[in-house]
Write a protein that binds this ligand. Structure first.
Ligand SMILES: [Zn+2]
Length: 169
């Protein structure tokens, strides 16, 4: 078990598009397992590799606290197959501390990628699962919730976070 350090905005890894995984090998499986540990240790419902400083297209999601009918999802190179509807939901992010804002998302989503053994899988979700999947896919595309807010709110939070960073040195 390894709990990794979580990067916070404006860390550079969080704001660039993560690289495609060429081969799902032992190193990627270790990353996935550490990401799951890190997600649970922080009581998160999802985590993307850029949040632990690794610029790879890997996400883990577990929304069972909100929706017991779901399960743990670990996906490499996720891509959206189809999506629809619209929903507004309050979101926070482990990488954007002390920020909770209403974010517009698709109501349902179908995504495709590889599992931890490199086999192709598809996952369909609605409600909380759909929201968190979109949130994590945003991360591997270099987007954080700030990028989905109105300009006024975004500027406000960015200023606050940059100030906090300066204080931390
Ligand atoms: Zn996040």
């Amino acid at each position: 078990m390894a709990v990794l350090e979580i990067m916070t905005y404006p860390n550079a890894t969080l704001t660039r598009r993560a690289e495609e995984v060429e081969k799902v090998d032992g190193k990627i499986r270790k990353l996935i397992s550490d990401m799951v540990d890190t997600m649970y240790a922080n009581e998160g419902v999802g985590l993307a590799a850029p949040q632990v400083g690794v610029s790879k297209r890997v996400i883990v999601v577990d929304v069972r606290p909100y929706d017991p009918s779901t399960s743990l999802i670990c996906m490499v190179n996720p891509e959206v197959v189809s999506e629809g509807g619209e929903v507004l939901h309050e979101e926070g992010c482990l990488s954007v501390p002390e920020c909770v804002e209403g974010i517009k998302r698709r109501e349902w989503i179908k995504i495709r990628g590889l599992d931890e053994r490199g086999r192709e899988i598809e996952v369909e979700g609605e409600g909380m699962l759909a929201i968190v999947l979109q949130h994590e896919i945003d991360h591997v595309n270099g987007r954080v919730i700030l990028d989905r807010m109105s300009r006024i709110k975004r500027d406000l939070h960015k200023k606050r976070l940059q100030k906090a960073k300066m204080k931390a040195g």
